[in-house]
Design a protein around this ligand. Structure first.
Ligand code: GSH
Length: 209
């Protein structure tokens, strides 16, 4: 049994989508980052960087922060969505790291400087708007002729997808990225993704793309 500490954000949804895809039992605990729940002593004991998501695995007492580490752990524990064959595994980890080091952090900045305060800094809006467009271009090229980022549906897809679901905040029109759009809509149609998107609570319908 897994305890998942999460909120309605792309990094949180990555893990709830994976748990739903794995079909393993878990309990979701809402950490409202708008209200400051991430700074409570109890949460810091699990997630010392005061960010969601984090898990506790009640089977062995493990506490884990960082969505990429959590996804690798859960995929390995349950033997799914992360290949064991060396080359396929390396490619999934390559794109998972691309999400963790590039897509997530840069789109996160775009949410601030493109969506939340577009008029405060032209420099920041232009910088992160351009970087968001560049990253969508990279993903679109990767998905040319492919259903998923690496061979079969994997944690690389589940890590990238919730960030793409916020494309409206990034001022991105998915029609400009037809391979991303096809991939995005196919994954949005999965039952487990629809359930995982609404954890720890439903905020909105999944954007159509
Ligand atoms: N690298 C971390 C980033 C986690 C992260 O940035 N979480 C955000 C929500 S998406 C958060 O908890 N923010 C609260 C805060 O910064 O105080 C991961 O992938 O788990």
């Amino acid at each position: 049994m897994i305890d998942l500490y999460t909120w309605t954000t792309p990094n949180g949804r990555k893990v709830s989508i994976l748990l739903e895809e794995l079909g393993v039992p878990y309990t979701a605990h809402a950490i409202n980052i708008g209200d400051g729940d991430q700074y409570t002593e109890d949460f810091l004991a699990i997630s010392p960087n005061n960010k969601i998501p984090a898990i506790v695995d009640r089977d062995n007492g493990l506490t884990l922060m960082e969505s990429g580490a959590i996804m690798i752990y859960l995929a390995e524990k349950h033997g799914a969505f992360l290949p064991t064959e060396t080359i396929a595994r390396a490619k999934v980890l390559e794109w998972l790291m691309w999400q963790m080091g590039g897509l997530g952090p840069m789109l996160g900045q775009a949410h601030h400087f493109v969506h939340f305060n577009p008029d405060k800094s032209d420099y920041a809006r232009e910088r992160y708007g351009a970087e968001a467009a560049r990253l969508y271009g990279v993903l679109d090229s990767r998905l040319e002729g492919r259903d998923f980022i690496v061979d079969d549906y994997s944690i690389a897809d589940m890590a990238c997808w919730p960030w793409v679901s916020r494309h409206e905040w990034q001022d991105i029109d998915l029609k400009d990225y037809p391979n991303v759009r096809r991939w995005y809509q196919a994954i949005a149609g999965r039952d487990a993704v629809q359930r995982g998107y609404d954890v720890p609570r439903k905020v909105n319908a999944i954007p159509a793309g």
